[in-house]
Design a binder for this molecule. Sequence first.
Ligand code: FRU
Length: 492
Amino acid sequence: MYTLQRANKYIEDTRTQVIKDYRHDYHVMAPVGWINDPNGFIYYEGEYHLFYQYYPYKSVWGPMHWGHSKSKDLVNWESAPVALAPDQWYDKDGCFSGTTIEKDGKIYAMYTGHIEGEKPEDIRQVQCIAVSEDGNHFEKVAQNPVLDEDDLPDNAMPQDFRDPKVIQRGEIYYSLIASKFKDGGGQILLYKSSDLLKWEYVSVLLKGEKEEGYMWECPDLFELDGKDVLIISIDGLPTEGNKFSNTHSVLSIIGKMDWEKGIFHREVCEELDYGLDFYAPQTIMDAKQRRVMVSWMQMWGRNIPTDTLEHGWAGAMTLPRELSIKNNSMYQNPVNEISSYFTNHKVKHNIILIDETKEFADISTEVGVLSLEVNTQGSKRFDIEIRGNDGEKTSLTYDNESGSFILDRKQSGIKIIGKEPEALQQRYVHVKPVNHILKLDIYMDRASVEVFINEGEHTMTSTIYPTKTARKVTLRAKGKVEVLQMERHDIE
Ligand code: FRU
């Protein structure tokens, strides 16, 4: 039997046994055990609360709890007691993903109760509410489940009905819930409520085509810079050229929400991150009126070195990123609080490399940010190798002939193998330098790299696990490469 008390005691008893090697400095992790999706992200009474899908007892997925981390500045996080355990008949096999919203000074969490039976067809997913008066302790309400299979439209499967995102418009609360339709494919259902307890079905907000993946998960909907944006995480979206190369992909769809009809009209659809490890993001509007997003920095279906090496934990969140729309395209940048975290700076100007390789020992680092501004005119290609040692490196390459930017973790350290072909340890994104200038901000933590390209026009997020100290920074140029500025920010 899973209870909060058991989970919290287990964490207290075992947290000091977790092996520290790959523990991040500034990314959210669980104290011990497994995490996946961010849940219930909220700014409440002066603090950011980030909950997450959590199995404390092993560094693999198991019956889901909601873990909890808190922060005043989105950079320094402190771990709080577990918020939800699967301890009721309606969530006995997992308190799956969901969101929170503030009402009358309290936090309401809406999450999915996962109930298994003897056969896969017996699975039921229902929606539940838990209320907190202090942001830490949650009471599940007597009305649970507040939505179950009787509330589904005809074509929806009761086995896949999950991940409610609650939003408020005036006096009405809406919930977007991911669903699978009967002949196979994803859709987002819309429900409404005036008190967060009694819900009624409104519409199919968006239905996927057959070739758009077999299940949609973790929807999010918000207004940003005059547009409506729908974010969905998709299981099984077919690869298209260099896009959607992971088994699970995240789409950001800019469009128009018709609230009268409860229908979302798509305009521009983009992959949200082009790296290897990014899934199930969730956003909030914070007190500074920013749209801030956090995502799980991992991918389903691959080995996770901290699990296989028995380090006692697995999974982390991305840096919180501020979203904005420019030229109908989604931009992401790290929240600016991160800049005060890195107190140590080193700047270099005007480095010209012609068909040569150069190591920059004075800006080497393991944890920090490398920012580069490169004039690509006249270059054929160049590589920035980071997290290097003798034998290992993570390569970031700009190929001027094809316009591709490539992240390659083949030689990063411990091998990560998943369902994708091994060659797919590389990820590509097409970039367009403005007046030949390419800007890169590369955020490194103990086991991760997040690349922000051209002031956030594209991002690439990946985990990496060097086997020993890896701090070398090396540039390799083919043709003439002019680095106008290269900067390192860290804490060392
Ligand atoms: C997405 C997801 C969600 C589900 C949760 C279970 O990564 O599959 O759809 O609620 O993880 O942990």
